[in-house]
Write a protein that binds this ligand. Sequence first.
Ligand SMILES: Cc1cc2nc3c(=O)[nH]c(=O)nc-3n(C[C@H](O)[C@H](O)[C@H](O)COP(=O)(O)OP(=O)(O)OC[C@H]3O[C@@H](n4cnc5c(N)ncnc54)[C@H](O)[C@@H]3O)c2cc1C
Length: 526
Amino acid sequence: MALSHRYDAIIVGAGLNSLACAVHLCAKGWRVGVFEQAATAGGAVKTAELTAPGFRHDWAAMNLSLFAGSAFFKLYGDDLVTRGLEFAPVSHCFASVFDDGRWMGVSTGPGETRARIAAFSDADARAWDRLNADFPGTAEYVFALLGNSMQMHVQGRLLAKALLRKGFSWTADLVRLLVSSPRKWLSETFESDQVRATMAAWGMHLDFAPDMAGGAVFPYLEAMANQNFGMVIGKGGADTLTRALVARVEATGGEVHCGKRVARVLRAGGKATGIALEDGSEITAGRAVIANVAPGGLMTLLDGQSGDAVFDTKMARFTHAPGTMMIHLALDGLPDWTASEELKKFAYVHIAPSLDQMARTYQQAVAGQLPDEPVLVVGQPTAIDPSRAPNGKHVLWVQVRMVPGEIRGDAAGIITDTGWPTVKEIYADRALDMIERHAPGLKAKIIGRTVVSPLDLEADNPNLVGGDQIAGSHHLSQNFLFRPALGHATGKTPVDRLHLTGASVWPGAGTGAGAGFMLAQKLGGK
Ligand SMILES: Cc1cc2nc3c(=O)[nH]c(=O)nc-3n(C[C@H](O)[C@H](O)[C@H](O)COP(=O)(O)OP(=O)(O)OC[C@H]3O[C@@H](n4cnc5c(N)ncnc54)[C@H](O)[C@@H]3O)c2cc1C
């Protein structure tokens, strides 16, 4: 596609937030150009044949539930469906396997999850009933909090509504849930260690190890949302979403240019006026430059100085979470889980057997150590959507949580190398041995394997610093009003007409497209 050079808005990076932002601005009549450094659009939402012909692997994100439940989808979903977006619904959402051979899982079927919990504890089954009964009332406020702009007048109104309608004690309990650690909330709610561990694994999808304040809400929401609504993944691959978004942008006058790294934001008189590409060409934007980059990337685009030293310090203090390693496998068949044949139906099987194991693995990764026993998220997309692999074959999407971006040692004392290019295959064997213990024969089923180290993730997408899949820690000091920093949670920067968006900005990581859509509404109107 030829460059038009007459843009109202230029968006740096073609991630999900950028594309959602572009869709809405185009709908409001803006001429939008999106410039992406990678060869294809999508950022963390891409699918490719990574192992063998005919096997389609989600490079990063696999679970599109946040998108399906988003305000953006409500407005544009029907149109995106006409452009090819298709979801595959999941009713057996997530499970955990334990060293004693037992398992626990959350499915949508009436009573199914309850019965599994009751096998561990009757009291926990009753707690599950109470949580489900309370969920609609709680969800209304939690989803409103997460789905709205982080501005005092907006969130203040929500707080006032909660106080007025639900009363002080209910509202205080909700705030307590929001600031609790997973361990605190899970220990108060359930008595079974296995039930607690099953839910706590969701904190590890972000950087909420069991003892991190502010992490309880993620296990809570995933458990409740999955029980009540299930999940969705992309039919044929998560890129069904990216392709539909790009098609919509282009059909409404926007442009998406890949293979174009943005080197600098052009400024004149304190205003952003356009961008300079790495090849030296300059492109102007009449109304806005929108950067879907991590704070460090923003400062690079500004040659290290925004003109506001306080802002620059805030951006320099932005902290990234530990990294992720991905293992993509092409398989002859799904893993034969010894705990139960039923596990073959689940989208995710977690190997995260206890709160203490999760706490340990997080701490090891933060300390630069390769965890002796990482948390594994074993995604089985072809259990839900067989179209991603040749007939009878499967793909496995294994997320290794968490690993250090920079290796200082091995907590198991075995791996002496510290370079990811060589360590990744050795460390992948450690992870696969862990799966093999719960699903003997897995290794014999492998037809193809591709291991993606944290540095490979960052090389593909500079926002994932050190392989940080959530583009910045979500701990309380960097969430809500503080994402990416106080005063900038709406993407405002000190440079007039320059805006920040993406997973580093409120409401943070995930496929909900919240930051991009909210910014587009702020700039272009609702
Ligand atoms: C391994 C992994 C697994 C995940 N799994 C899930 C999941 O299952 N479900 C879920 O909800 N979320 C998941 N996430 C998180 C979620 O995918 C991301 O938070 C979300 O997609 C981020 O979208 P974004 O638009 O903010 O940015 P990104 O996807 O980071 O896109 C930013 C884009 O900007 C480009 N860019 C950066 N700098 C420049 C530059 N200077 N010039 C040009 N282009 C530039 C990058 O190449 C990239 O394409 C996962 C993330 C990862 C990494």
